[in-house]
Design a protein around this ligand. Structure first.
Ligand SMILES: Cc1ncc(COP(=O)(O)O)c(C=O)c1O
Length: 390
């Protein structure tokens, strides 16, 4: 697989590239899109073959075959993550944003609180608010440069109205891969405060050597009656446009609540999302992901080392994902000055840290899921944009 091959996505209705100016403020024609969690690589052959098979049939009508789809998901979870799931635990949604929204609607009431560890993927809070629920922000702390949880402080921040703890595992931004012992602490916190745990594991495959993603159900089976796992092939294989996610709920009662709401919405799986996920969750898919992870690991090392060279800038060590977390606090600059230099001088379009909540005030989230030459170019441009600090 040639991950180095430059893809031109401008003019293809790509959110990342064609909405670059709208979301990041970068208007230059040579702007580098490094914001939303979407990769620039060409799709591997096994995905192209799956699409081609459908093209050859030349028909896009109603479809069956969900048993083989579920088998493929079970195979992937067991082989890649050591997690044996039963096919009936699984339901399909139009992506994981959709899945989170359905859980909020079906398992909480307006005015209920939902806790998150901040900073975090901005859509967590947006979805909680849109649903008329209230976010309870539990700030992550930095210990030895890494995000950690501070449960002693969290007890004091809980209002008693929380019904759910919603986590990103691995964590977006910065790619912390929560350890088994951290997941046990999370489970104990859920028991103590009587919370359902939603473990959004969309980034579960993108974990660097030396770290292991532990599915929540493997780490804390003792809380399976309050556990909802979500995962998808969408980030790993960059097929988010096919809007397909899996919600995995071992507990029959909890699952019935979820599925009843899903039925009410009359949500049905999408032909291409199912076909592509089925072909991704295969030995060929596994081999491709192994290569991809090595490549992204190389990218993040180059990017973060380059950022560390700018005085006052620190890069959080990454354990997984392709979402680097760069803190400019030590430069003494405020976000408007950082924004000016990043968008106008470097022409790099990041996700702005403040949009990810408390803890993101002086930070940028930078997507390194792109060709190496673009990562190198971004490093050079950002170093030049802050060269006066040398
Ligand atoms: C943690 C997390 N959950 C969910 C999503 C969105 O998933 P979907 O596109 O399936 O709605 C993202 C996308 O960046 C994410 O990072």
């Amino acid at each position: 697989m040639n991950f180095d091959k430059i893809s031109e996505r401008r003019g293809t209705n790509s959110t990342k590239w064609d909405d670059l100016e709208r979301y990041t403020g970068v208007s230059a024609p040579d702007g580098l899109a490094m914001w939303t969690a979407d990769m620039d690589f060409f799709a591997p052959d096994f995905l192209q073959d799956a699409v081609r098979r459908q093209l050859e049939i030349a028909n896009y009508g109603y479809f069956t075959g969900m048993d083989s789809y579920r088998d493929a998901v079970c195979w992937w979870m067991e082989n890649r993550h050591g997690w044996k799931i039963e096919p009936e635990w699984m339901s399909q949604t139009a992506g994981l944003g959709n899945a989170i929204a359905i859980v909020l609607q079906s398992m909480t009431n307006p005015g209920d609180h939902v806790a998150t560890f901040n900073p975090v993927y901005h859509e967590f809070e947006a979805k909680i608010r849109r649903a008329g629920r209230v976010p309870t922000q539990l700030p992550l702390v930095k210990v030895d440069g890494l995000f950690r949880m501070d449960f002693d402080a969290y007890d004091g921040l809980m209002t008693g109205r929380e019904k759910i703890l919603l986590i990103s595992s691995p964590h977006n931004p910065a790619g912390r891969v929560w350890t088994r012992s951290e997941l046990e602490d999370i489970a104990n916190f859920c028991l103590k405060h009587d919370l359902i745990l939603i473990s959004d594991e969309i980034h579960h495959d993108l974990v660097f050597p030396g770290h292991v993603h532990v599915p929540a159900h493997v780490a804390v089976p003792q809380i399976e009656d309050r556990l909802i796992m979500m995962s998808a092939a969408s980030k790993t294989f960059n097929i988010a446009g096919c809007r397909t996610g899996n919600v995995i709920i071992p507990d029959a009662k909890l699952r019935a609540v979820f599925n009843e709401y899903l039925e009410r919405l009359d949500l049905r799986p999408n032909l291409f999302g199912i076909a592509l996920t089925r072909s991704a969750y295969s030995p060929a898919g596994g081999a491709w992901v192994d290569e991809l992870v090595r490549y992204i690991d190389g990218n993040q090392k180059i990017f973060n080392a380059g950022m560390q060279e700018i005085p006052g800038v620190s890069a959080m060590p990454m354990e997984g994902t392709y979402l680097a977390w760069i803190d400019f606090a030590g430069t003494g600059m405020d976000m408007s000055e950082i924004r000016q230099r990043v968008t106008k001088d470097a022409r790099v379009g990041p996700t702005w840290g403040p949009t990810l909540g408390p803890g993101g005030e002086t930070c940028l989230r930078i997507n390194v899921g792109t060709q190496r030459s673009r990562v190198v170019e971004a490093v050079q441009r950002l170093q030049e944009a802050f060269a006066d600090l040398q």
